[in-house]
Design a protein around this ligand. Sequence first.
Ligand SMILES: [Zn+2]
Length: 66
Amino acid sequence: MKVQCVICHAHGTLEDDSSLAKKLRNRPIHTYMCPECYERIRANTEKRKQNENFRLFRDHKKKVDF
Ligand SMILES: [Zn+2]
């Protein structure tokens, strides 16, 4: 099946019987992320988690949203 990355809009194809393809078929196609973007998001999430933990110690009354 054809997929499009929601972040960078790169087109890709998935094996029709891969578990990811099965998951996406039941959902909007927009939920697909290419491996590069997935990795970037994962890294950013990790970083943000660390920052949030860090902020919790220093300043718990402010929450910055990016
Ligand atoms: Zn992408």
